[in-house]
Design a protein around this ligand. Structure first.
Ligand code: FMN
Length: 329
C-alpha cells in the first residue's frame, strides 16, 4: 500500500502521508487543528484571514493566526483583492512570533461578502489580478506560495488555463476544489478536471472535494495524478479519519469505525480545550457546532444535540459527554 503514495514535497517540507486538512472558517481553529495533528494530520491551513483586516490590526485576525508550536507545518490563508495589500500583510505575518510554513491565497470562497469585494472566488474571473497577487507574494515571501482555487466562476472550461497562469506567475503549490463558485456545494466535485490540472502543472497539485473515507482518499490520490488530497467536511466530528488513513496505508486494512465511547471521549477533550482557549460562554457556543458532528450517525444523536444545546453550563455539557450520553441514547 505504502508504495502507491509518496510524500508531498514542497520547498524543504516533506508532507507524509500526503493527505491534509482543508481550511474551514469557524471549524479548523487552533484547538481543532491540534486534535487533528494528534490523530496524524501532517499539514493544516488556518481559517481565512482578511489581509486588510490584519493590517488594520483586527483582534479577530490575530486570534486566527495564533497557534501552538506543534501545529506545524501550517499554511496561513489570506484573502483580499489588492495585490499590494496582500503582499504587505504577508510580509508582516512573517515577522510575527507565530511561525508559518506556506502563504496561501483564497481564490475560491463563494461567500458574497468576499466575492463582492473582488476577492475569493471572484479572482477566478480576473486572471491578470490573480497573477499579480501571486507575483506580489513571491516578491515578499521567503515561504512557498500556494493558492486554493475552484474550477472557475460558473464554467470549469478555463480551469487549466487559470492554473497555468498562476504557475507562470510563480506559484509553488495549487489546491483545487472541483466545483465552480456558482455551484456552491451542490453537485459533485469534478475530479476529471482536477486531474487534468494536476497532469498539466509542473508543481504539486492537491485535489479536494467530497472525499469522505480513507479508501476514497487513496483512490483519488492514485487516479487523479495529484500530489496530495485535501479533506474538509469529512473531518468534522471525525479526526479519526487520519488514524484510518495511516492504518489503511500501512496494512491495506480499514480499522473499525470508532465506537461512540471513543467519539465522546475525544469530543470531551475537544470541549475542555475549547473552554480553556475561549472561556466558558464562547467555548460553549463554538463547541455546539462541533458536537453536532461528533454525534452524527448515532442513534439518539438529535436528542443529544438538543440536550447540549439547551445547557448553559459547561460542567453539565462535559458531564453529558463523559457519561451522561449513555442515558440519552
Ligand atoms: C464551514 C466551511 C468553511 C470553509 N472555510 C473555508 C476557508 O476559510 N477557506 C477556504 O479556502 N475554504 C474554505 N472552505 C472550503 C473547504 O476548504 C473545502 O474546499 C470544501 O469544503 C470542499 O472539500 P470537502 O468536500 O472535503 O469538504 C470551507 C468549507 C466549509 C464547509
Amino acid at each position: 500500500m505504502k508504495d502507491i503514495a509518496r510524500p508531498l514535497l514542497l520547498g524543504h517540507l516533506s508532507i507524509w502521508p500526503p493527505f491534509v486538512s482543508a481550511p474551514m472558517a469557524g471549524y479548523t481553529d487552533g484547538v481543532f487543528r491540534e486534535i487533528l495533528r494528534e490523530f496524524g494530520c501532517p499539514y493544516c491551513c488556518t481559517e481565512m484571514v482578511s489581509a486588510k483586516g490584519f493590517l488594520l490590526g483586527g483582534d479577530n485576525t490575530l486570534e486566527i493566526l495564533e497557534h501552538s508550536p506543534s501545529d506545524r507545518p501550517l499554511a496561513v490563508q489570506l484573502f483580499g483583492e489588492d495585490p499590494e495589500i496582500i503582499a504587505r500583510a504577508a510580509a508582516k505575518i512573517q515577522e510575527l512570533e507565530y511561525k508559518f510554513d506556506v502563504i496561501d491565497v483564497n481564490m475560491g470562497c463563494p461567500a458574497r461578502k468576499i466575492t463582492s469585494q473582488g476577492a475569493g472566488g471572484a479572482l477566478l474571473k480576473d486572471i491578470p489580478r490573480a497573477q499579480a497577487i501571486v507575483r506580489a507574494l513571491k516578491g515578499v515571501s521567503a515561504l512557498p506560495v500556494s493558492a486554493k482555487i475552484r474550477l472557475g466562476w460558473d464554467d470549469p472550461g478555463r480551469a487549466v488555463e487559470f492554473a497555468e497562469a498562476l504557475y507562470d506567475a510563480g506559484l509553488d503549490l495549487l489546491v483545487v476544489h472541483g466545483r465552480t463558485v456558482s455551484q456552491g456545494y451542490s453537485g459533485r466535485s469534478d475530479w476529471d478536471t482536477i486531474s487534468e490540472i494536476a497532469r498539466n502543472l509542473p508543481i504539486p497539485v492537491i485535489g479536494n472535494g467530497d472525499v469522505l473515507s480513507p479508501e476514497e482518499a487513496l483512490f483519488r490520490l492514485k487516479s487523479s495524478g495529484c500530489s496530495g488530497i485535501m479533506i474538509g467536511r469529512g473531518l468534522l466530528g471525525n479526526p479519526f479519519f487520519f488514524t484510518g488513513l495511516t492504518r489503511f496505508l500501512e496494512s491495506g486494512e480499514r480499522p473499525p469505525a470508532p465506537s461512540f465511547d471513543e467519539k465522546m471521549s475525544v469530543a470531551a477533550e475537544h470541549f475542555r480545550r475549547a473552554i480553556k482557549r475561549y472561556g466558558e460562554r464562547r467555548g460553549l457556543l463554538e463547541m455546539r457546532k462541533h458536537l453536532a458532528f461528533y454525534f452524527k450517525g448515532f442513534r439518539g444523536a438529535s436528542r443529544l444535540r438538543e440536550l447540549v444545546n439547551r445547557e448553559d453550563s459547561p460542567e453539565r455539557v462535559l458531564e453529558i459527554l463523559e457519561k451522561g450520553w449513555r442515558d440519552a441514547l
